[in-house]
Design a protein around this ligand. Sequence first.
Ligand SMILES: Cc1ncc(C[n+]2csc(CCOP(=O)(O)OP(=O)(O)O)c2C)c(N)n1
Length: 481
Amino acid sequence: MRISDQSLTIPLKELLNLMLIVREGDLREGNLMRQGKGWIHIPGMGHESLIAITHHLHREDYLFTYYRDRALMLGKGFTAQQLAWDYFACAKSSTGGRGMPVHCSAKHLNIFPPATPTASQCLPAVGAAWGIKHSEKTDVVICTIGDASVRQGEFYEAVCMAVQERLPVIFVVEDNAYGISTSTKHQLPFRLGIFNEEIFVRVDGRHPAEIFNHSGQAITKARQGNGPTILWVELDRLVSHTNSDDHRIYRPKEEIDAMLQRDPLSVLARHLINAGELTATEWQALQFKTAMTIDEIYQQAERENSPNPDQILVHLYGSKVDHQCVPFQPVERTTTMVAAINQTLREALQLYPQMIMFGQDIEDPKGGVFGFTKGLSSQFSQRVTNSPLAEATIVGVAAGLAATGYKPVFELQFIDFITPAFNQLVQQIATLRWRSQGDWSCPMVLYAPYGAYLPGGSTWHSQSNEGWWTHIPAEVLNVRN
Ligand SMILES: Cc1ncc(C[n+]2csc(CCOP(=O)(O)OP(=O)(O)O)c2C)c(N)n1
């Protein structure tokens, strides 16, 4: 028995096998926690069917995920062994022990390492998708998010940007009905009617064939340049949120029992047995064999070295410095600061085809509220564009663009209004290189006018808040008079 769309067919048995590998690793981690081994267990049980999405992906496609996505990691090419190293936070784990389990980093597979603040992956995902569009490639970005997390503002900003620019991104909302102990039933924007039904597709995530078909359509649509889709995938979190939670406290017993009856693994196995494609004995043997293999993998991982504390500061900053600098033409000493910056930006745009500028009101004829970008959008119309009035979008998109090879030089209109971007700056950008051991980085230039300039500007338009930024490791602050 197979599932197929026009171009692709996968045997369900193969899918069952992969889902089983994911499940057995998960079960093993739960057992190890109970034995006092490991640090934290973040289960993905009930979310395994999502692996069907990865059958539509190429190596170049990106995954921007969250912590529940061990199935997607495995489907994209991460191994069960690497998941085990991440579980034990070994020195050789993908983050060198700096990330929680399932916060995997794999640049060679285009797996962007999740940051734990919920929804913080969305704007960088959209930035990566924007880069794909700029380069006129047909790659796509898969951005996953939990159902409770879609109430974060950054999710809405990301969806707006993706729709506005028709970006090749698929948001996969993993709706397991809970955010830790809080039911999301009455909080979900899809149920509240916030989203137009044209943009989201409801998917029964307990059946891999459903996921395979809907994700295939969304991915094809994105590859063809027809923009984003939100897949609202209903599934179950079969166990507690993490090992430090007990869902029996807040979920009725009947609900838990009913959920276990529709465990996607058992459902798929039963389906294949009923269809005569698998015998009960074969299924048992497969479970046993997989459990043994996974057990061996985790036993080996347990013996791996822990990170060396002496290495704690390694990868906080990059070592490579691009010594080319602009402007090449010395600027007249009598010129204004604005004119000098404008000339520098123009020469940089000429020098670096990968440089992109984005900011509020930076396009001509205004050319920025201070005129830094005057004339630039007329000369480089594709690479100098107005942003929405949304600082988190500006900075979060820069992270995704920079991480995928572009050189964002983005304007923040006033330093006073940088605060909506704080999450991206501090949690995502400042930690990316360090938490991925230099696997990923997102070098960018953000510039903003600062200090008093407007006598009546009061509290906002006169801030000199550089003190905030000097407290954040990994960011370089440059204040010029
Ligand atoms: C910004 C932020 N606030 C709070 C938390 C703590 N937290 C971690 S997971 C979680 C619930 C997320 O639920 P959901 O998005 O539905 O995903 P699920 O865990 O159900 O897969 C919370 C509140 C966090 N990680 N980030």
